[in-house]
Design a protein around this ligand. Structure first.
Ligand code: 5GP
Length: 192
Protein backbone atom coordinates (compact mmCIF):
# COMPACT_ATOMS: atom_id res chain seq x y z
CA UNK A 1 0.00 0.00 0.00
CA UNK A 2 1.52 3.41 -0.89
CA UNK A 3 2.54 5.52 2.09
CA UNK A 4 0.17 8.32 1.05
CA UNK A 5 -2.98 6.13 1.11
CA UNK A 6 -5.35 5.82 4.05
CA UNK A 7 -5.67 2.28 5.39
CA UNK A 8 -8.82 1.67 7.47
CA UNK A 9 -6.96 1.12 10.74
CA UNK A 10 -4.85 3.78 12.45
CA UNK A 11 -2.88 3.09 15.62
CA UNK A 12 -2.13 5.98 17.98
CA UNK A 13 0.64 5.42 20.51
CA UNK A 14 3.27 7.49 22.28
CA UNK A 15 5.03 7.98 25.60
CA UNK A 16 3.25 8.01 28.93
CA UNK A 17 1.73 11.40 29.82
CA UNK A 18 1.89 12.73 26.25
CA UNK A 19 -1.91 13.05 26.18
CA UNK A 20 -3.05 10.12 23.99
CA UNK A 21 -6.14 9.64 26.14
CA UNK A 22 -7.06 13.33 25.92
CA UNK A 23 -6.65 13.39 22.14
CA UNK A 24 -8.73 10.24 21.70
CA UNK A 25 -11.44 11.57 24.05
CA UNK A 26 -11.54 14.73 21.93
CA UNK A 27 -11.97 12.57 18.84
CA UNK A 28 -14.74 10.53 20.48
CA UNK A 29 -16.58 13.73 21.37
CA UNK A 30 -16.07 15.62 18.09
CA UNK A 31 -15.57 13.05 15.34
CA UNK A 32 -18.34 10.43 15.43
CA UNK A 33 -17.23 9.40 11.94
CA UNK A 34 -14.17 7.82 13.59
CA UNK A 35 -14.78 4.37 15.07
CA UNK A 36 -12.73 4.46 18.27
CA UNK A 37 -11.95 0.97 19.47
CA UNK A 38 -13.18 0.23 23.01
CA UNK A 39 -10.55 -1.91 24.73
CA UNK A 40 -11.07 -4.61 27.29
CA UNK A 41 -9.28 -4.03 30.59
CA UNK A 42 -8.90 -5.74 33.94
CA UNK A 43 -8.65 -2.44 35.79
CA UNK A 44 -11.58 -1.06 37.77
CA UNK A 45 -13.66 1.76 36.30
CA UNK A 46 -12.83 5.28 37.47
CA UNK A 47 -15.68 7.57 38.50
CA UNK A 48 -17.68 8.52 35.41
CA UNK A 49 -16.35 5.71 33.23
CA UNK A 50 -18.99 3.54 31.57
CA UNK A 51 -18.71 -0.09 30.60
CA UNK A 52 -18.78 -0.41 26.81
CA UNK A 53 -18.02 3.30 26.29
CA UNK A 54 -14.61 3.92 27.83
CA UNK A 55 -13.63 0.28 28.22
CA UNK A 56 -15.14 -3.15 28.55
CA UNK A 57 -14.37 -3.74 32.21
CA UNK A 58 -13.78 -7.46 32.44
CA UNK A 59 -12.39 -9.60 35.22
CA UNK A 60 -9.05 -11.40 34.91
CA UNK A 61 -10.83 -14.66 34.03
CA UNK A 62 -12.86 -13.18 31.18
CA UNK A 63 -9.68 -11.48 29.93
CA UNK A 64 -7.86 -14.85 29.98
CA UNK A 65 -10.71 -16.36 27.97
CA UNK A 66 -10.51 -13.62 25.33
CA UNK A 67 -6.75 -14.18 25.02
CA UNK A 68 -7.13 -17.96 25.02
CA UNK A 69 -9.74 -17.86 22.26
CA UNK A 70 -7.45 -15.74 20.08
CA UNK A 71 -9.92 -12.85 20.31
CA UNK A 72 -7.29 -10.21 21.15
CA UNK A 73 -5.70 -8.41 18.23
CA UNK A 74 -3.09 -7.32 20.79
CA UNK A 75 -2.88 -7.05 24.53
CA UNK A 76 -0.39 -5.88 27.15
CA UNK A 77 0.20 -5.32 30.84
CA UNK A 78 0.40 -1.54 31.12
CA UNK A 79 2.30 0.25 33.91
CA UNK A 80 3.10 -3.15 35.40
CA UNK A 81 -0.41 -3.55 36.73
CA UNK A 82 -3.51 -4.11 34.62
CA UNK A 83 -4.09 -5.83 31.31
CA UNK A 84 -5.54 -4.02 28.31
CA UNK A 85 -6.42 -5.47 24.92
CA UNK A 86 -8.11 -4.77 21.59
CA UNK A 87 -10.97 -7.09 20.69
CA UNK A 88 -10.23 -8.43 17.21
CA UNK A 89 -13.78 -9.18 15.97
CA UNK A 90 -15.04 -5.70 16.83
CA UNK A 91 -12.23 -4.12 14.83
CA UNK A 92 -12.83 -6.49 11.92
CA UNK A 93 -16.56 -5.73 11.92
CA UNK A 94 -15.91 -1.99 11.89
CA UNK A 95 -13.46 -2.35 9.00
CA UNK A 96 -15.96 -4.54 7.10
CA UNK A 97 -18.60 -1.84 7.65
CA UNK A 98 -16.28 0.65 5.95
CA UNK A 99 -15.48 2.60 9.12
CA UNK A 100 -12.27 4.53 9.83
CA UNK A 101 -10.90 2.76 12.89
CA UNK A 102 -8.66 4.27 15.57
CA UNK A 103 -6.82 2.22 18.20
CA UNK A 104 -5.37 4.21 21.11
CA UNK A 105 -3.00 1.75 22.74
CA UNK A 106 0.39 1.56 24.40
CA UNK A 107 3.69 0.94 22.62
CA UNK A 108 3.81 -2.79 23.33
CA UNK A 109 0.36 -3.13 21.76
CA UNK A 110 1.35 -1.00 18.75
CA UNK A 111 4.30 -3.33 18.10
CA UNK A 112 1.99 -6.36 18.15
CA UNK A 113 -0.43 -4.73 15.71
CA UNK A 114 2.53 -4.01 13.45
CA UNK A 115 3.17 -7.76 13.35
CA UNK A 116 -0.42 -8.82 12.68
CA UNK A 117 -1.69 -5.82 10.69
CA UNK A 118 1.36 -4.22 9.06
CA UNK A 119 -0.80 -2.31 6.58
CA UNK A 120 -2.28 -0.18 9.38
CA UNK A 121 -1.06 3.40 9.78
CA UNK A 122 1.09 3.94 12.86
CA UNK A 123 0.99 7.40 14.39
CA UNK A 124 3.32 8.48 17.18
CA UNK A 125 2.05 11.23 19.46
CA UNK A 126 5.07 13.23 20.64
CA UNK A 127 5.42 15.95 23.29
CA UNK A 128 6.42 19.45 22.09
CA UNK A 129 9.76 18.97 23.88
CA UNK A 130 11.48 16.76 26.43
CA UNK A 131 11.09 19.52 29.05
CA UNK A 132 7.34 19.62 28.46
CA UNK A 133 7.05 15.84 28.83
CA UNK A 134 9.00 16.02 32.10
CA UNK A 135 6.63 18.73 33.25
CA UNK A 136 3.57 16.60 32.37
CA UNK A 137 5.08 13.49 33.92
CA UNK A 138 6.19 14.87 37.25
CA UNK A 139 4.31 18.15 37.23
CA UNK A 140 2.00 17.33 40.10
CA UNK A 141 4.94 16.72 42.41
CA UNK A 142 3.05 13.98 44.22
CA UNK A 143 5.42 11.12 43.32
CA UNK A 144 8.59 10.22 45.19
CA UNK A 145 11.92 11.11 43.60
CA UNK A 146 12.49 7.44 42.87
CA UNK A 147 9.12 7.12 41.12
CA UNK A 148 9.80 10.28 39.13
CA UNK A 149 13.13 8.89 37.97
CA UNK A 150 11.49 5.59 37.01
CA UNK A 151 8.94 7.45 34.89
CA UNK A 152 11.60 9.56 33.20
CA UNK A 153 13.64 6.47 32.35
CA UNK A 154 10.54 4.84 30.85
CA UNK A 155 9.72 8.00 28.89
CA UNK A 156 13.22 8.06 27.36
CA UNK A 157 12.81 4.49 26.13
CA UNK A 158 9.33 5.27 24.81
CA UNK A 159 10.49 8.37 22.93
CA UNK A 160 13.17 6.28 21.22
CA UNK A 161 10.39 4.26 19.56
CA UNK A 162 9.33 7.19 17.35
CA UNK A 163 11.27 5.90 14.33
CA UNK A 164 9.12 2.73 14.30
CA UNK A 165 6.09 4.84 13.32
CA UNK A 166 4.88 6.14 9.94
CA UNK A 167 3.97 9.61 11.16
CA UNK A 168 4.64 11.83 14.19
CA UNK A 169 2.08 14.30 15.49
CA UNK A 170 3.22 16.80 18.11
CA UNK A 171 0.67 17.24 20.89
CA UNK A 172 1.17 20.99 21.35
CA UNK A 173 -2.57 21.60 21.37
CA UNK A 174 -5.24 18.91 21.76
CA UNK A 175 -7.60 20.20 19.08
CA UNK A 176 -4.83 20.79 16.56
CA UNK A 177 -3.31 17.36 17.20
CA UNK A 178 -6.74 15.70 16.88
CA UNK A 179 -7.42 17.52 13.61
CA UNK A 180 -4.04 16.42 12.24
CA UNK A 181 -4.81 12.87 13.28
CA UNK A 182 -8.15 12.76 11.47
CA UNK A 183 -6.46 14.22 8.35
CA UNK A 184 -3.93 11.41 8.57
CA UNK A 185 -6.88 9.02 8.64
CA UNK A 186 -8.19 10.46 5.38
CA UNK A 187 -11.01 12.48 6.96
CA UNK A 188 -11.61 16.20 6.74
CA UNK A 189 -11.07 18.16 9.96
CA UNK A 190 -14.13 20.18 10.96
CA UNK A 191 -14.32 23.89 10.31
CA UNK A 192 -14.70 25.86 13.54
P1 5GP B 1 -5.82 4.17 31.46
O1 5GP B 1 -5.86 3.10 32.48
O2 5GP B 1 -5.25 5.45 31.99
O3 5GP B 1 -7.17 4.38 30.79
O4 5GP B 1 -4.85 3.69 30.28
C1 5GP B 1 -3.54 3.35 30.55
C2 5GP B 1 -2.80 3.00 29.28
O5 5GP B 1 -3.37 1.82 28.66
C3 5GP B 1 -2.74 4.04 28.18
O6 5GP B 1 -1.37 4.22 27.86
C4 5GP B 1 -3.45 3.43 27.01
O7 5GP B 1 -2.85 3.80 25.77
C5 5GP B 1 -3.26 1.96 27.27
N1 5GP B 1 -4.29 1.14 26.61
C6 5GP B 1 -5.63 1.35 26.60
N2 5GP B 1 -6.26 0.39 25.90
C7 5GP B 1 -5.29 -0.45 25.45
C8 5GP B 1 -5.31 -1.64 24.66
O8 5GP B 1 -6.35 -2.13 24.21
N3 5GP B 1 -4.13 -2.24 24.42
C9 5GP B 1 -2.94 -1.73 24.88
N4 5GP B 1 -1.83 -2.40 24.56
N5 5GP B 1 -2.89 -0.63 25.63
C10 5GP B 1 -4.04 0.01 25.90
Amino acid sequence: MPASSHPPVTVLAGPTAVGKGTVSTYIRDHYPEVWLSVSATTRDPRPGEQDGVHYFFVGPQAFDELVGAGDMLEWAVVHGRNRYGTIRTKVEEAVAAGRRVLLEIDLQGARQVKESLPEAKFVFLAPPSWEELVRRLIGRGTESEEEQQRRLDTAKLELAAESEFDVTIVNDDIRRAADELVSQMGLTPHER
